[in-house]
Every structure is written in C-alpha cells, then in structure tokens.
Unconditional design. Structure first.
Length: 310
C-alpha cells in the first residue's frame, strides 16, 4: 500500500466497512495513475493535493462517495479522459459528484448538492494554504474570490473554523499596502454585482506595476465615481419607473397629492381676485389632468386600463 494514502485509510478504518475502504483505496490508485508525473507549483507531486482534500473532507464527516470524489476530483482535466470509464468502476453517484465539481470549475451553475460544495470548499482551502507559489496578482484574485464566495459558503455549511481560516489566509494576501486599500474602499460605491470583477482587474494591474502605482491609483480613484454612475444607471432607471408606476397606478393617486395645494391656491386667489381664481380653475387642473394621462400612457397604464375595459 502506498504510504501517502495510509493516514487517510487509518482515519477511516473505524467508520467505514471493508467494501467502502476498498473503494477509497481504488479511487486513490486511479487518481495516482492519472496524476503520475504531474507536479504542483510548489514542486510536490500533484497527487498530494487530492489526498489532502480527501483527508479534510473525511475529517468533516463526509460519506464514502464524497471521499472518493475528493480523490478523483481533478482527474477529468485534459481532453483524453472519458467519464464513462469512471462510471463503470465507481458507479453513478461518485461519477456524478466528480462531473459536478468539474462543471463548476468550468463556470457551470452552482449545484444543489451540498457534497459538491463541500468538495469545492476544501479544494479551495488546500489551494489557499499553498497559495504562496502562485503569481502575486493571481494570489489577490483568488483571495478576493475566497472572501466573497467561499467564506460565506463555509459559514452556510456550518464550518466556522474553515471560514475563519479562509478569511485569515485571504486577508494576508490582500494587504499589499495603501494602494490597494484605497482602491478597495473606493469600490464600495459600485454595484455588488460588478464590484468583484473590477477589483480583480485592478488588483491584477497593481500586481504587475513595479512603479507608478501612485499615479495609477489616483487616476483610478478619479474614474470610479463616473464608473459607478454608468453601472448604477440601469438600476436607477428601473427604480424611477417603479416609483412612477406606483404613484400613477390609478387616476385617483396623483389627485390625492395635488388636490390640497390646488384648493389652497384657489382659495388664496379667490380672496384677492375671483376672476383669477376662475381662470386658474379652468386652466390648471385640466392641464394637470392631461399631463397625468400622458404619464400614465407612457407607463403603459392607460393602455392597460383600456384593455381591461374592452
């Protein structure tokens, strides 16, 4: 037996039967075959990564299928691998977990199976523990993504210690000095949906600038407010339309607001000049009524009312 897998099997001996232990060992053998000759950026054999992920998943109390999927989660990389071969040896459950992890890595939808999320969480944890071997801008991008996605995921899965460790590891890579701190603070005014993408781009730029960082940050800070206006504009337009639609939903609503000031103005005009008051009553309310009708038509409310009447 390979000594690399021995600690994991020892960890599982008390809670898995011999059949499940044999399946875990087989998963390790297939992963070791697939990753033979591959190295991580640290120079360690690649197989050490899935073994570490499987050990963490096992320590979290995962079932045998999830532990096997942890060992196999990276073997699909490359054009010459057929998932059907995996299914013939490990069945549909383990193959499905591996396929979902792979799909998620390639930008697919977030799966509903928490076991897949658990695999991705511990995959990220091990990668964050060895992140110093990545390029600086990649470290910052991965750390930002960790804070925004994986830390909340760990808390949702009730893994507070994992969330705390991920947060600590990420913050350690996101403290390059006042330049990025200023940029990160300025990004608060951007919509949350766009903030991460721009922070990723800016952190990558800062990481590749050996000099002129101050000038870059100054120009960036000048441009952030204008960028925020552009990004918020569609949402602001939608909000204004929603407010107007609510205010003009019925013909009565705008008149409930307009009638008191119109009555007060009419009263004041009557005291000084009844003729002016009469002219006011004959011109202003009809003009306002026409304006209300135009607004309701623009909002599609008049058309909707006519359709209902038909």
């Amino acid at each position: 037996m390979d000594t690399l897998i021995t600690p994991l099997l020892s960890q599982l001996t008390d809670r898995l039967n011999s059949g499940d232990l044999g399946l875990v060992e087989l998963a390790y053998e297939r992963a070791a075959e697939r990753h033979e000759g591959q190295l991580r950026r640290s120079g360690d054999p690649y197989i050490t990564h899935p073994v570490e992920v499987a050990s963490m998943v096992a320590a979290a109390g995962a079932d045998p299928a999830t532990i096997c999927a942890a060992l196999l989660h990276d073997i699909v990389d490359g054009p010459d691998f057929n998932l059907g071969c995996l299914g013939s040896e490990f069945g549909t459950e383990i193959t499905g977990l591996v396929a979902n992890v792979t799909a998620m890595d390639r930008g697919g939808p977030v799966p509903t199976d928490d076991r897949v999320l658990l695999l991705k969480l511990f995959d990220r944890l091990h990668n964050m523990r060895t992140i110093e071997h990545m390029a600086p801008h990649k470290q910052r991008q991965k750390s930002l993504h960790t804070l925004e996605w994986f830390v909340p995921l760990a808390r949702r899965l009730d893994l507070a210690s994992v969330a705390d460790e991920l947060q600590s590891l990420a913050h350690a890579r996101l403290d390059p000095g006042p330049a990025f701190t200023a940029v990160r603070a300025a990004s608060v005014i951007l919509p949350a949906s766009a903030r991460r993408r721009y922070l990723h781009e800016w952190s990558a730029e800062l990481a590749t600038l050996p000099t002129e960082r101050r000038a870059y940050v100054v120009e960036l800070l000048r441009g952030v407010p204008a960028l925020a206006v552009v990004l918020w504009r569609p949402q602001a337009h939608s909000l204004v339309r929603t407010l107007l639609t609510t205010a003009f939903a019925t013909l009565l609503r705008p008149w409930l607001v307009l009638t008191p000031p119109l009555a007060w103005l009419t009263y004041q005009l009557t005291r000084s000049s009844p003729a002016d008051a009469l002219a006011f009553v004959l011109t202003v309310p009809p003009a306002l009524s026409a304006l209300i009708t135009r607004i309701r038509t623009r909002l599609g409310l008049e058309q909707h009312r006519d359709t209902e009447a038909d």
